[in-house]
Design a protein around this ligand. Structure first.
Ligand code: UD1
Length: 363
């Protein structure tokens, strides 16, 4: 069986690794990198840190507007599918790569197994929400990180098989955290000896509005604790023309490797972010998360009291940094750290039901 597995942006490399490891030796996975993220620090270091195999195909789509990027992924993925004759597409996340690849597969009648299905912000102004809704609706089978994601899909009338497998991000943490603690010198490298705040901001809704971005920087500057701010290229580009300087106590650095990010998150007094992945990782590692967004897909983290939503308002962000210190229980809403194996089992069973793999392979 040939599994056409698509990655394109930073979070997708992290999500792919546990599944690739679990599929190894059972089928042929053709790993296709769309090239949406292309800088070494946004792409190559992740393959190295996560021990992901080199991509079999690199589509080189690069940057562009939402439509340009999606269109390039669509066109180049169609060509790659026609060249490789896969039996199924394995798709994840909610990026423009996800959307383009989903459309290419659907138009060619290639079945899609979608991982991280059903996550919803119910905010159609986010490009990611459009991407995930469309991709989920053209998928043949949907694998969810949480029970709430399954409920979302059912309420949209999706009838394909839906299963809750848990969150592959937890697998990745369990596999890599102790290695990260041993190998990464990120804390000493940046002089982070005591308490500090980790900040990451990159969503278009925050970066593309200068007034919002300025409020966020102001809020971080008012932090009583040092703030380490690994900067996504989008954010760096949008901050440059702002009149507000990013000064003490905020230390900006370039994008960091996955292992460095694990260590930075694990030891942070609090995390300020607009990333869906980092909200979940903060919860999994027991760090308070302050989410600078009007909504979140990961409502379980809010319900447990470990994540709060704040507006892009300097005063509110600064106040949350000072006061938000949850201590309650963290129910295991993201599963048990074996999501990758469950995804692989599902894929192999899917293949076996269609006579694509010898039945022993799924035993
Ligand atoms: C994308 C995803 C988002 C995901 C995020 C993770 C979409 C719509 N958004 O957002 O869901 O959370 O990735 O990081 O797909 N750039 C570089 N170097 C790179 C990659 C990008 O300089 O290696 C620049 C691009 O030129 C562009 C900007 O960063 O101007 C944004 O990149 P893009 O791929 O459009 O989306 P992200 O904001 O990264």
């Amino acid at each position: 069986m040939i599994v056409f597995s698509v990655v394109g942006a930073r979070p997708e490399f992290i999500q792919a690794a546990p599944v690739s490891a679990a599929l190894k030796g059972q089928c042929r996975e053709v790993l296709v990198h769309t090239g949406q993220h292309y800088d070494d620090e946004m792409s190559k270091t992740f393959f190295r840190d996560l021990e992901l195999p080199e991509p079999d195909l690199f589509l080189g789509v690069g940057s562009g507007t939402q439509s340009e990027q999606t269109a390039r992924v669509l066109e180049r993925t169609e060509r790659a599918i026609l060249d490789t004759h896969p039996n199924v597409m394995l798709l994840r996340s909610d990026t423009n790569s996800t959307l383009g690849a989903a459309l290419a597969a659907a138009k060619l009648g290639l079945p899609i197994i979608k991982v991280e299905a059903g996550c919803r912000s119910f905010d159609r102004s986010m490009p990611e929400e459009i991407n995930r809704v469309v991709a989920d609706h053209v998928a043949s089978a949907l694998l969810c990180s949480t029970a709430n994601c399954q409920t979302n899909l059912e309420s949209e009338g999706i009838s394909g098989p839906i299963e809750v497998v848990g969150d592959v991000l937890l697998d990745s943490i369990e596999t890599n955290l102790s290695r990260a603690e041993q190998r990464s010198d990120v804390l000493t490298r940046h002089g982070l000896a005591g308490n500090y705040v980790l900040a990451t901001i990159h969503r278009a809704g925050n970066t593309d509005d200068p007034a919002r971005l300025a409020q966020i920087i102001k809020g971080l500057r008012a932090s009583p604790l040092p703030v380490i701010f690994p900067m996504h290229p989008r954010t760096a580009k949008m901050i440059e023309p702002l009149e507000i300087a990013v000064t003490d106590p905020v230390q900006t650095i370039g994008p960091v490797s996955y292992l460095d990010m694990l260590v930075l998150t694990r030891h942070a007094t609090a995390v300020v972010t607009d990333s869906g992945g980092i909200q979940r990782e903060a919860y999994m590692m027991g760090r308070p998360c302050i989410t600078v967004r009007p909504n979140t897909e990961w409502i379980e983290t809010i319900a447990a009291g470990w994540n709060i939503l704040v507006q892009a308002d300097a005063g509110r962000i600064a106040e949350a940094i000072q006061t938000f210190r949850p201590t309650g229980a963290r129910p295991p809403v993201f599963g048990d750290g074996h999501a990758g194996r469950r995804v692989a089992d599902f894929v192999m069973q899917w293949g076996s039901q269609r006579g694509l793999v010898p039945s022993a392979a799924t035993a």
